[in-house]
Ligand binder design. Structure first.
Ligand code: SF4
Ligand code: SF4
Ligand SMILES: [Zn+2]
Length: 148
């Protein structure tokens, strides 16, 4: 897991479908998805967040916890969606970076998202390993977390 892939909002871009599709160049394997190199490497708004807040758009903060209104309503709504659907919490990630440091978060993420079969990283958007479970996604391109 890579520090540069932890977005200001607390998202771990390494787990994102748009990042993983690009990483494995899956559009050459019969898929059609938008690729993203990660929030910080991309240098502009996240594909999933639409109209991000002005502070994030201007890049004045490295992390939302540096913001006076952290966690704002918008971040809480995003966090709720991700806790409900994608088994992760941006706010928990941010709190961990703030309280225990980046190394602690990266170690936790590496363990939590490790594919038990090949050692790659699972995708938080579908719960699959984009290295060794592509057939599940081929069978059902909308596959999400065992909801076949
Ligand atoms: S789409 Fe958003 S969450 Fe996904 S890799 Fe890009 S910046 Fe990160
Ligand atoms: S906490 Fe909310 S207002 Fe503050 S930088 Fe993050 S998204 Fe923007
Ligand atoms: Zn795997």
């Amino acid at each position: 897991m890579n520090e540069d892939l932890i977005a200001p909002c607390g998202m771990n871009c390494a787990l994102c479908a748009a990042y993983q599709f690009r990483l494995h160049d899956l559009n050459k394997k019969g898929f059609r998805r938008t690729y993203c190199p990660g929030c910080i490497p991309r240098g502009q708004n996240c594909l999933h967040m639409g109209d991000v807040c002005e502070q994030l758009a201007q890049g004045t903060l490295r992390f939302c916890f540096e913001c006076a209104v952290y966690p704002c309503k918008r971040l809480k709504a995003l966090d709720k969606r991700y806790r409900t659907k994608y088994h992760m919490s941006m706010i928990a990630n941010l709190d961990q970076i703030r309280d225990q440091g980046m190394a602690a978060l990266l170690a936790q993420e590496a363990q939590k998202w490790r594919c038990p079969t090949c050692g790659g990283s699972l995708c938080c958007h579908n719960g699959l390993c984009m290295n060794c479970q592509l057939d599940d996604l081929r069978r059902n391109p909308k596959y999400r977390w065992n909801e076949d």
